[in-house]
Design a protein around this ligand. Structure first.
Ligand code: WQD
Length: 337
């Protein structure tokens, strides 16, 4: 049976770590990535860690004809992992059409090419943002998907709906919707990690850039929330644990008979506040971070963390790294840049 799998956005943060784990598990990824959110030398790092170069094509995933031409290059492709998307919540509020054109446009191009080529297996990179501001902080896959608080979150909800409707249309489709919580950290080797373009939107890269002196001070967006220390709570998951979950989801799909569309929460099951992350980072890396409390950021959810029991049971997957290890790996990576 072929081991070739398309990985759109495979040179990105989560994509590159997933490509390494896929190759170590014996799969043969075919990366589709135009490097708008990455650098070509990331492919060399993947090869260094996996022991061989992956196949790859630098094309825009919203260009359906180009996507189809790549799929047709490899008649033995058995599936697709679709990462390619913009993911900055704040930016999506400023540039909504750019987010819909790219995130939803690439989803439609991939699904159409899959239909054309008879490819049935799809792992979709979704997000806990589909839960919006949940009634309870701990969410399961049965927690209602709510009105998104940002265009980014709405593109993820929209893509999940498109996948479900495509399956219901009768197109043979076996899909997993992987709802990430907060991916952080870097490969333990410090040879792969996050490459935020411009000013980081996310907490941990902003912390590491502050520690590196690239940013002068971290602003904590509000400490007047209804949480133990007043700052927001999130479920921070090591990027390598997340990458391994994609291999497990791919293997699970290959065992399924007939069409399926299944959502999985990918988190540690534990929440950490912003101040806890800062203090944990300082402790595990032996340094002091320059931060100050500032006003709330629009669109922030007060607290959310995963109940990962379904993925642990059905995918036979469990997080192995702690938040402290992720924060150590994040700093080790930042120091190489
Ligand atoms: C975390 C906390 C901020 C920056 C992310 C991704 C989104 C999705 C879900 C995958 C919040 C606070 C941040 C800063 C701060 N992931 N913060 N100062 O908003 O949960 O969303 O995870 O799909 O794509 O964006 O993550 O890291 O931006 O914020 O105080 O300079 O850190 O207020 O409470 P968020 P984040």
């Amino acid at each position: 049976m072929s081991k070739k799998i398309i990985v759109t956005g495979g040179a990105g943060y989560i994509g590159s770590h997933t490509v390494v784990e896929l190759m170590l598990a014996g799969f043969e990824p075919v990366i589709i990535d135009d490097f708008r959110n990455s650098k070509p030398w990331i492919i060399d790092r993947i090869a260094e860690l996996a022991g061989r170069y992956p196949l790859g094509h630098a094309i825009d995933c919203t260009n359906e004809l180009e996507v189809l031409s790549v799929f047709r290059n490899y008649p033995d492709i058995f599936g697709v992992i679709h990462f390619a998307a913009y993911k900055a919540v704040g930016e999506s509020v400023q540039k909504p059409t750019m987010y819909y054109q790219n995130n939803v446009g690439s989803m439609c191009a991939v699904l159409n090419a899959m239909k054309e080529c008879g490819i049935e297996n799809l792992v979709f990179s979704s997000s806990c943002t589909v839960y919006g501001e949940p009634e309870t902080a701990e969410v399961t896959e049965a927690t209602p998907v709510q009105k998104a608080t940002s265009p980014y979150g709405d593109t993820k909800i929209t893509c999940e709906k498109i996948i479900q409707f495509v399956k219901d249309s009768g197109q043979p489709l076996k899909a997993t919707l992987l709802r990430y919580f907060n991916p952080i950290g870097a490969h333990p080797s410090a040879r792969l990690g996050e490459l935020p373009s411009g000013i980081p939107n996310n907490l941990v890269p902003y912390i590491t850039q502050t520690a590196a002196g690239i940013r002068s001070q971290l602003t904590v967006y509000g400490n007047d929330y209804n949480t133990p220390d007043g700052t927001n709570v999130r479920d921070y998951i090591h990027v390598v644990d997340l990458a391994k979950a994609h291999v497990k989801a791919t293997e699970w799909l290959l065992q399924q008979q007939g069409s399926v569309c299944e959502a999985f929460n990918l988190g540690t099951g534990k929440g950490s506040s912003v101040l806890e992350i800062i203090h944990n980072f300082e402790k595990v890396n032996g340094l002091k971070l320059n931060y100050a409390i500032g006003p709330r950021r629009a669109g922030d959810v007060e607290q959310i963390y995963a109940k990962p029991a379904k993925a642990e049971k059905m995918l036979n997957w469990k997080c192995e790294y702690t938040v402290a290890e992720a924060l150590k790996h994040a700093w080790n990576w930042e120091k190489t840049l």
